[in-house]
Structures are given as structure tokens and as C-alpha cells.
Design a protein around this ligand. Structure first.
Ligand code: ACM
Ligand code: ZN
Length: 765
């Protein structure tokens, strides 16, 4: 170990840009900031000057005077508010064509002048002021503000966060904390996922059983959905919000310039509703509130009475939520029941609908028209595109950005929340110590790199992309601390993506500002994930081995390593070069040490050298954009993929396609066996290939089969079948072929879809 690393013991200069010393750590970063020398002491401000007859602004000014630390002050209403004799905080309403979210902030020796077009602009100016105060050196004692000029408005009008309270319930107080944090980062839409298979969480007076029955389940599945062993905990679980509580949350959000969008799931994800009122399903039940995670076949029937039922529910929902939008779900609707239902089929015939996709479209359109007549706008997940999009519908694009692009081209409004960048229930670090998550890999840097407007859209189409949203599904998030850990800091990164133009964003500089915010979370005892400070790694093709490089966290620090058998049993005090060659098997651990000497979590690696390690590999079928690993080279980089989860750097996912990998071993080699890691998780639509076939070639053109094995179905887990090569096998080129399982059988999760094939390490010996 030592000799391996000492060769590379070159202390490299730190590559980090340190942001301008006195630029304030405001997130999201304002559009324009100009600093001037000088500062004003907050307690010297003794006057609030606000526009006449504007109770909203008056309330806001008084509320925040305390928050900002003003002590004794008098309030003056003025037709033309401006700086007064005494140092003052002045709110001046301005006319401006553009954004109702615009504000400017000027701090001089006279105090603070805020200009905005609406109450929202003033609210955002105050959030900026609070962060400006937090940016000051805490050692200084008195609260001071620097002389500064800020002009600001957001890049996108929709800056959302979603919260699933069906899978796990969060109290009104916890929801309020979530709203507080959204407001701090100037997010303005709260998408409240109130109903799902595992619980109905909103009181509907006309249908009391929705909460009496639908809000309670008999237990909760333990472990991952594809882990069948643990089963349910058999502990009754539930909860719901009364209408008074709903109104209180709506009011609280509005005070923070946040519109609440309720989501009432239909026609799918409706087990809880059907458990309460089975007559609105196709089969009549009985149904149960689900204790497991997934997609379930029992959905609302499309018959007239079921439509009446959901419209009556929506009538109450519309009167509770004053905002424009009502979300009706529309995602993941199996068609099995509709196909077998006389009522559904009679409707299909009556309306001459071609298939069940059009039946889904019919259902959504009926609901959309109803909402439209009540002055509301329908939002649905991108499945509402199937079978034709309802007029005026806004599409929330979650299965990638494809649905969003399609809708924008059809001149429909779009909110982007592709799983790849906006699902905060995904893992946020490669560390095995991350808490159990649904899967996927969406780290802070990836969120920060998000561009909500795909390049395919022409400017006239791009206008329809209103913004984006971070989604927090809570199957694997049982409590509020865990929720905060998953949400922050990823939501903060998204807030900046949606506020600050891409040309002004830089991840390292953001991470530098984020450190101050991390301290704020710590000071306020609000959970926050430091996973973005984990050390990462990448591998590349190397000469006779694997070129390994560390991926440094986005803050200055140094890398420390420990070998398999540390001579002194301690972390060796090496500052490592970032790149080196691995050419023999080795286990090692590495840490990142921050300037305050704190160590991040360890990165523990087990490199297993083999004949294909670091060699060139090509795939006939490209990996899915959602599961690209760290590039196809990860299949032969000497690091096995983790057994506990798919996604991340070491797994590659093929959607419906065969594995057809060609490896150039560089020279003719003696071969004894080939083994390949495959993930197997039917509940996540991931299946083993039907067989594993090895072909070889001397010239890289003509291949012949040399060995094969057929893979039997097994329980869900990672398997690593190996195929022995015939005696005396030699070859330079290998082709590894593993045909995809094909279409998922009806009745299984994802039935009718193409199976996913996940491949980890290919080991050639
Ligand atoms: C979704 O994640 N099913 C919208
Ligand atoms: Zn039916």
C-alpha cells in the first residue's frame, strides 16, 4: 500500500476558488450585488416608513422589525416613503412591468431602503436581509449590515417543493417547519401529496369514511419494497388533517408567499379511498389501505358514479385551497381492472375510445373540466399525456423531461421534476452509511447542475416551462429528522437553480456559501445532510490497470488514506495526489479532512484486479440516461457494485435492452472464467437476463461462442453467475451477451413494461 501511494505523494495545489472575501453568503444568489465600504448598526435604526393604508405591508414590517433585531422604533405611514431624519427601514412600493417578485435593497448610512412591486417582493427582500445579517462575523457582537445595493428577481416563477404525507404522516407543526425553510430560500409552491394507497390524509366532510377508514393502515412494510423477508411491522399507523388544520397550513404558507397545491390522487394510487368506499372501484372490493409500497391494480372505476365521487371530493378541496392549482395525480394507473370491468368497457364503447389509455384521458378530462368550471387549473403527472392531454392541463414531468418537452410543444404549461435531478428520496451519496432510500442517485452537485429548460425546446416553447420542483416521497422517510436530512441541502440547491440564471451559477462557489447555511441549520438544531462532503472517486481506462481518481468534495481540504493494514493503526497523514494507477488487488479507506480538522465519512474500497480491469469496453446498447453509472468503464474497473442498492456509480441500467459488451483485453490472454453481477428486484421492475453467453475473437471482428449459462429466476438479490471457459481458452477480444428478460408479466409490478437489466462488475479471469 505504502509503496503504491508514495509514488503519488505529490502535494497538489488546491484547486478551489475562494469566493470574494466579503461577498455575502446569500442563497439563492441575487441577480446583482454591489458592495460599498461602510456599515450600519441595526439597533440604530429607529423608524419604519411604510406606504399608507397597506395593512399587509404594515404587518410585514412590524413582524420583521423584531426578526431583524430592531429594538425601539416608531412607524410612519407615508404616501411617498423615503429615508427619514432618523436611520430608517423604508418600504417603497414601485411600479414595474416585470416580475411581481422583484425587489431592490439599498443599505446606506441612512438605513435600509426596500423597493418592490408587491408584498411578495418585500418578503423576499426581508429574507435577503436576514441572510445578510447571518453573513456577518458572529464575533462582532452588535448586529450590523454592510452598505450594499441588491437588485433581484427569480429566473422561474414556479419554485416548488413536494411532500408526501400519505406514506408517512407529518404533523401540522412539521409541515410549518418545512414551509419556513422553503420561504427562507424563496420557494413559492408547496405541493402537498395528501392521498395515496397507504393513507388518506384530508378530512372530507361529505365522505367521513375517507379518514375514518382511509387514514389508517394495519402496518407498514419494513425494509425495502423489494426486500420481502421482513414484511409488515403490524403496527397500526395513520393520521389526517382536519379541514381547520388544512386551512391553518394554507394561511401559514400564504404569509410566507407560498401557494399550497393539494394533490388528490386519481384514478390510481387510490387504495385508501377505495378501502373506505369500495363501490367506486371496478370490482366492488373489499379493499384495504395498503401496508406495502408500490403500484396497485385496484384503481377508481371510470363509471359515472366514481366520477361523481371524485368531483364531490374536489368541491371540498377547491374551497379549502384558494390557489389556482389542484393536482389530481394521474400517475401509475394499471389498466387491468378497467379491461375486465363491464362499466369501464361500456364507457369505452359509448365514447368510441380506442383503448384504456383513452379511458384514462377521458377520466382526467372530466375532472379537468370540472376544475376549470370552478376556476381552477388541473396539474397532473406526465402520464396524463397518455391517450391525449386534457385542455388547459399543466404537466408535471417526472419520468425524465420527455413528457415536459411534449407538453410544452403542445403549448401546455410544464413543471419539471425528473427523477434524475429532482427526486430527493434518492440516495445523495455513495456512502454505505446512507439511510435506506428508494434507490437512484441524486447528489447535491447533480441537483445544482439541473437545467429545467431542455435544449430541445425553442424559445417560444421554453416559455411554457414554469419552473421545477423537488419531490419528497416518504416510503423510506419515517420521521421529520429523516425528512429534513433528505430535503436539505438539496432543496437549497434547487432553490438557487430556479432563482439564479445558469450563467451566474457555480457549484464550488455555491458550496462555499452553503457552509454558512449549514452552520445556521446546526445552530437552529435542524437536521441537514453533510453527504455532499463525502469523498468520491472515478475510474478510467489505464495502462495495465485502472486509473483511479478521487472526487473531492466542493470545499477545500485534504485527502487522508489508510491501507488494509495500517502500520500504526491510524490514518496515515498523507495528502494524496488526486490520480493514480491501480494494478494489483488492494483494500483501502480514504477520508476528507476539512480545514477545521473534521473528518468526513470514510470511503472504503476493495479493488480486485482482473484481466479486464481498466480495459476498453463498449456496449452495443447505451445505458439509460437515468442509470449510466460513472460511464460504461465502471463495468470493468475492479470495483464490485454495492449489493444493497442499484443506481449510483457502479451499476448500469438498461431499459428493455440486452447487454452486449465487447472488451478488448489489449493482448491475447489465457482465460479461465467470466462472472458478471446482476441486480434482481422484481418490485423495482429489474430482472435477471435469461442467459449469459461468452463469445471470443482474435481479430475483434469474428466472434464465436465459447461458453454459456442459463439463469434461473431467483429471489430478489444481487447474483454473480460465473461461466467457466473451456480448457486452454485464449483470446484478446471478449463479448459478453446477456439478453434482457423482456416484457414484465401482467400482474407483477410494472406488468407490460420492458424489464430493466442492471449490470455491475464484469470480472474476467
Ligand atoms: C411519481 O413519482 N409516481 C409521480
Ligand atoms: Zn370499472
Amino acid at each position: 500500500m505504502k509503496q503504491l501511494f508514495t509514488v503519488f505523494l505529490i502535494c497538489k495545489a488546491l484547486l478551489f476558488t475562494v469566493s470574494a472575501q466579503n461577498a455575502p453568503a446569500i442563497i439563492p444568489k441575487p441577480k446583482l450585488v454591489k458592495m460599498a465600504g461602510g456599515q450600519v448598526t441595526v439597533s440604530d435604526i429607529t423608524q419604519l416608513v411604510i406606504p399608507q393604508k397597506n395593512p399587509g405591508l404594515s404587518r410585514l414590517a412590524e413582524q420583521y422589525a423584531g426578526v431583524l433585531g430592531l429594538q425601539k422604533y416608531k412607524i410612519t405611514e407615508s404616501a411617498t416613503p423615503s429615508f427619514a431624519q432618523d436611520k430608517s427601514l423604508v418600504f417603497q412600493l414601485m411600479q414595474r412591468e416585470s416580475s411581481k417578485e422583484y425587489y431592490s435593497l439599498t443599505i446606506t448610512k441612512n438605513g435600509i431602503l426596500v423597493l418592490a412591486t408587491t408584498e411578495r417582493g418585500f418578503f423576499y427582500a426581508l429574507q435577503t436581509l436576514i441572510q445578510l445579517l447571518e453573513s456577518q462575523d458572529p464575533q462582532k457582537g452588535a448586529l450590523i449590515l454592510p452598505f450594499i445595493y441588491i437588485e433581484d428577481e427569480p429566473a422561474f416563477s414556479y419554485r416548488g417543493m413536494h411532500l408526501d404525507v400519505a406514506r408517512h404522516f407529518f404533523t401540522v407543526e412539521q409541515v410549518k417547519q418545512y414551509l419556513d425553510l422553503m420561504a427562507r430560500y424563496k420557494m413559492n409552491y408547496f405541493h402537498w401529496h395528501l392521498t395515496d394507497d397507504q393513507g388518506w390524509r384530508i378530512e372530507i366532510k361529505k365522505f367521513p369514511l375517507l379518514t375514518e377508514v382511509g387514514a389508517w393502515r394495519k402496518g407498514t412494510h419494513q425494509g425495502h419494497a423489494h426486500d420481502k423477508k421482513a414484511g409488515s411491522d403490524n403496527k397500526p399507523y395513520g393520521g389526517y388533517y382536519t379541514q381547520a388544520e388544512i386551512s391553518e397550513v394554507v394561511r401559514y404558507a400564504a404569509e410566507r408567499q407560498i401557494e399550497v397545491i393539494p394533490e388528490i390522487e386519481m384514478p390510481g394510487h387510490s387504495s385508501a379511498a377505495l378501502a373506505a368506499y369500495p363501490e367506486f372501484g371496478c370490482t366492488g372490493g373489499p379493499y384495504a389501505v395498503e401496508t406495502r409500497w408500490g403500484v396497485f391494480s385496484d384503481v377508481f372505476c371510470t363509471k359515472d358514479t366514481s366520477l361523481w365521487f371524485v368531483k364531490e371530493i374536489l368541491n371540498e378541496v377547491c374551497s379549502l385551497f384558494p390557489g389556482k392549482y389542484i393536482h389530481i395525480g394521474g400517475d401509475e394507473v394499471p389498466r387491468d381492472r378497467w379491461k375486465a370491468c363491464n362499466n369501464c368497457q361500456a364507457i369505452r364503447k359509448r365514447l368510441a375510445l380506442k383503448n384504456e389509455d383513452e379511458l384514462q384521458s377521458y377520466f382526467i378530462e372530466q375532472v379537468g373540466n370540472h376544475l376549470f368550471n370552478k376556476g381552477k387549473a388541473l396539474i397532473g403527472w406526465d402520464e396524463i399525456l397518455d391517450g391525449g392531454l386534457a385542455p388547459n392541463a399543466t404537466v408535471m414531468s417526472w419520468r425524465g423531461v420527455k413528457g415536459g418537452i411534449e407538453a410544452a410543444k403542445m403549448k401546455h404549461n410544464v413543471i419539471m421534476c425528473p427523477g434524475s435531478h429532482c427526486y430527493f428520496d434518492h440516495y445523495q451519496s455513495e456512502s454505505p452509511r446512507e439511510p435506506l432510500a428508494i434507490g437512484g442517485f441524486t447528489n447535491l452537485e447533480k441537483v445544482y447542475s439541473f437545467n429545467p429548460v431542455p435544449e430541445e425546446l425553442k424559445p417560444a416553447e421554453a416559455r411554457y416551462v414554469l419552473g421545477a420542483q423537488g419531490n419528497l416521497w416518504t416510503e423510506y422517510i419515517p420521521d421529520v429528522n429523516h425528512l429534513l436530512y433528505m430535503a436539505f441541502p438539496r432543496a437549497i440547491a434547487l432553490a438557487e437553480v430556479l432563482w439564479t440564471p445558469a450563467s451566474e451559477r457555480n457549484y464550488l462557489e455555491f458550496a462555499d456559501r452553503l457552509r454558512l447555511h449549514a452552520r445556521w441549520f446546526q445552530k437552529n438544531k435542524i437536521n441537514f445532510s453533510h453527504s455532499y462532503l463525502d469523498l468520491g472517486y472515478r475510474t478510467h481506462t489505464g495502462k495495465d490497470g485502472v486509473e483511479f481518481s478521487f472526487v473531492r468534495p466542493p470545499v477545500p481540504g485534504r485527502i487522508l488514506i489508510e491501507s488494509e493494514k495500517p502500520e500504526e493503526g491510524i490514518v496515515q497523514d498523507y495528502t494524496l495526489s488526486d490520480t493514480f494507477l491501480l494494478d494489483k488487488s488492494i483494500e483501502f479507506a480514504a477520508w476528507y479532512q476539512l480545514p477545521d480538522n473534521s473528518l468526513g465519512r470514510s470511503l472504503r474500497l476493495n479493488y480486485q484486479h482482473h484481466l479486464a480491469a481498466g480495459k476498453n469496453i463498449n456496449l452495443l446498447n447505451s445505458p439509460s440516461e437515468r442509470y449510466p453509472g460513472m460511464g460504461v468503464q465502471c463495468l470493468v474497473n475492479g470495483f464490485s457494485a454495492p449489493e444493497t442498492r442499484y443506481g449510483g456509480n457502479e451499476w448500469i441500467g438498461l431499459e428493455g435492452q440486452d447487454l452486449e459488451a465487447t472488451i478488448d483485453l489489449g493482448a491475447v490472454k489465457d482465460l479461465s472464467q467470466v462472472s458478471v453481477q446482476f441486480f434482481n428486484a422484481a418490485s423495482s421492475w429489474i430482472y435477471l437476463p435469461v442467459s449469459l453467453v461468452i463469445l471470443s475473437s482474435e481479430d475483434g471482428k469474428n466472434y464465436k461462442e465459447i461458453a454459456r449459462t442459463v439463469l434461473a429466476e431467483t429471489e430478489d438479490r444481487v447474483i454473480r453467475p460465473s461461466v467457466s471457459m473451456p480448457e486452454g481458452s485464449k483470446s484478446r477480444y471478449l463479448r459478453i451477451s446477456a439478453p434482457n428478460y423482456g416484457l414484465i408479466p401482467k400482474g407483477k409490478p410494472g406488468g407490460g413494461h420492458k424489464a430493466w437489466l442492471f449490470i455491475g462488475e464484469i470480472i474476467v479471469e
